[in-house]
Design a binder for this molecule. Structure first.
Ligand SMILES: [Mn+2]
Length: 292
């Protein structure tokens, strides 16, 4: 459990609600093993929790306080030792929330944690949902530096599970990744296309039906508003674009689960932690509204 003094650090800084009365549960998973460049993703969950305790819980856009729907904060998953074992523990933690009928909200840590969540999702729901990935990267490598379970291979593993994947904010991949995707008949919507098309949200969700899993890699946001991540990329989504996409997704699709990953806090720079906390809180509010 994350602690400040003797107090439990909960999302929003509220007294820990009764688990049974909650609609969502935060699962911190500070995994950091395969990060490529900048380090610090292990500190992401704590930074988001700390920032969330200082944000206003009334959401001026949604005109409500989403926290009132009940958001429980679990102790962090043990992410020491082999990645495969950490993913098993993450899968079990997510599965427990799905069984209880709560929305699992996984907090990374590196993007690899998503694999554990998706395994739990497939176990419960089969493959009848689509993964929506806010991300600068396609994460479509077969392996990365010999490792199949890596932040750079997450969506390849999702495809292998039989899941559909769509991206928002994609702007970085290898030639092999895009060639592989095209062989599958998949053409991602690139960030530069988003910036050139006022109707991009429609394009991003065109033909999509059924429930979704939301994977929010914080580097999907532009590096100008989100430099606190291991591989910051220029040309990403603005705060407003990310919100427009989330709003449409949550209005049209049932969200079965979500994660927020890859925040690597910069010492003394709380703005980015705050941005991540507010993005997560906005997503929760939109999901609650969508399923009321
Ligand atoms: Mn990424």
């Amino acid at each position: 459990m994350s602690l400040i003094g003797s107090k439990i650090l909960t999302f929003g800084g509220v007294p820990q609600p009764k688990l049974e009365s909650c609609r969502a549960a935060i699962i911190p998973a500070p995994l950091e093993v395969t990060v490529t460049y900048g380090e610090g993703a292990a500190l992401g969950p704590l930074a988001i929790m700390s920032a969330s305790a200082n944000m206003e819980l009334y959401d001026e856009v949604l005109d409500c306080s989403p926290i009132d729907q009940g958001v429980y904060t679990h102790g962090r998953v043990n992410t020491s030792g082999p990645v495969a074992e950490s993913l098993e523990r993450i899968q079990a933690a997510v599965a427990a929330e799905l069984t209880a009928g709560r929305l699992p909200v996984l907090l990374g840590g590196e993007h690899t944690v998503t694999v554990g969540a998706l395994r739990a999702m497939v176990e419960r729901y089969g493959t009848g949902f689509t993964v929506l990935s806010l991300d600068a990267h396609l994460d479509m490598r077969e392996d990365y530096e010999g490792e199949r379970l890596s932040h750079a291979t997450v969506m390849r593993r999702a495809l292998e599970m039989g899941l559909g994947v769509r991206w928002a904010g994609a702007r970085s991949c290898s030639l092999e990744e895009i060639q592989f995707l095209r062989q599958q008949g998949i053409e991602p919507l690139w960030a530069h296309q988003i910036h050139a098309d006022p109707d991009w949200v429609e394009r991003a969700l065109e033909g999509l039906s059924g429930p979704v899993y939301l994977s929010l890699d914080i580097d999907g946001l532009d590096s100008g508003i989100m430099p606190a991540t291991g591989t910051p990329e220029p040309g990403g989504l603005s705060w407003q674009q990310a919100n427009a996409w989330l709003t449409a997704v949550c209005a049209r699709h049932q969200v079965l689960g979500l994660d927020l990953v890859e925040l690597a806090p910069l010492a003394g720079q709380t703005a980015w932690d705050f941005t991540a906390a507010r993005l997560l809180y906005r997503a929760l509010g939109l999901i609650f509204r969508g399923t009321l």
